[in-house]
Structures are given as structure tokens and as C-alpha cells.
Write a protein that binds this ligand. Structure first.
Ligand SMILES: [Zn+2]
Length: 186
């Protein structure tokens, strides 16, 4: 949706062993938050940022962040929703996304993002054109929301042939980011 709507997922579709896997449809949104040990949250992306958030309290989130979602505060909204559900320290990892070298951006739109996240989001493409640095914008959003960054997947979806980049002309699928909680082994 490229917005900042975040859904709270309280329960899953009820599939059990031997059951056919029923999936309960969820409303439209760009982020999902859950504290349910039985939930798995998945979001689909092409060049937009896919973000996994987690906490030791077992509250976790999957966020799709396009530049409009970043501007709308989707990461901050998801983090606040996690804290409402009991998360204290929140850790975040960024998945594959388009990088500045491939992401030419208009000056007007860059100014909007810079007004929220600072001039660190300004970059240039490999051809020297103005560009948005999505990982820098995500880092700034993490910082503002007190999310502790952890290692993600530092790859440009457009440069790599392993991802379904819209900009790269390989728009024939999507990658999924799936987040769930695991009990720590004793
Ligand atoms: Zn690239």
C-alpha cells in the first residue's frame, strides 16, 4: 500500500497438523505486529525495504517500507505498536532493498524525505543523478524510534539478479520476509 498502516495480528488462521492450511485474510497495510507465538508474519517487496523487528518479550513485526511509508512513519508506528504490546528493547534488521546507486529521485521528493530524516538520506546514482539512500533513511528511522540495528542483508535488489527488482526490470515475482518468534533453547 506504500503507507503507514500497521495491523496487530492477535491470532493466526487456525491451521493444525493434518489440516489444510487455511489462511485468514488480513486487511490492507504495510506492517504487521504480533505477540502470538503461533503467528508468522510475511510481507512482500520488490525494491522497497523489508524490515524485521523483534524484542526479547516475543513481540515482533514485519514492515514493508517504501519511501512514502518511510515518510509516513511506518517504522515508528510499528515500533510504537510493539511497545504497546509489551516490547522494551526493539531490534531491527533491514532486508534486501534498492540502494542509492540505482535509485534516482526527484529533488522535491528528496527534500520531503530529508525534512524528516536529515540530509544523510541524500545520495547520487552511479550515473551522478540525485538519489535516495533507502538504507540511510531506515537507519535514521531506527535511530528516531530507538530501534537497535542488527545485521540484515546488505544488497541492492536492482544490482543483484537474485531479487525481483521492479527498477531492474525483473518484476516477475516478489521476495517475502517472514518473521516469527522462537523460544530460546534452555
Ligand atoms: Zn543497485
Amino acid at each position: 500500500m506504500h503507507g503507514a498502516e500497521v495491523l496487530i495480528i492477535h491470532e493466526t488462521g487456525g491451521a493444525a497438523a493434518g489440516d489444510d492450511h487455511r489462511v485468514r485474510p488480513v486487511p490492507d497495510g504495510d506492517g504487521m505486529v504480533s505477540a502470538s507465538p503461533s503467528a508468522g508474519l510475511a510481507i512482500l517487496t520488490a525494491d522497497c525495504a523489508s524490515i524485521a523487528l523483534g524484542s526479547e518479550e516475543g513481540v515482533f513485526a514485519a514492515v514493508h517500507a517504501g519511501w512514502r511509508g518511510l515518510l509516513g512513519g511506518v517504522i515508528e508506528v510499528a515500533t510504537a505498536a510493539m511497545r504497546d504490546l509489551g516490547a522494551t528493547a526493539v531490534h531491527g534488521a533491514l532486508g534486501p532493498t534498492i540502494h542509492a546507486e540505482c535509485y534516482e529521485f526527484s529533488e522535491d521528493d528528496l527534500a520531503s524525505v530529508a525534512a524528516r530524516y536529515g540530509d544523510g538520506i541524500r545520495s547520487v546514482t552511479s550515473g551522478g543523478r540525485p538519489a535516495l539512500d533507502v538504507p540511510a533513511a531506515v537507519a535514521a528511522a531506527f535511530d528516531g524510534a530507538s530501534v537497535c540495528p542488527v545485521a540484515g542483508i546488505d544488497v541492492c535488489t536492482c544490482c543483484s539478479d537474485r531479487y525481483f527488482s521492479y527498477r531492474g526490470g525483473r518484476d516477475d515475482g516478489r521476495q517475502a520476509l517472514v518473521v516469527w518468534s522462537m523460544e530460546e533453547s534452555p
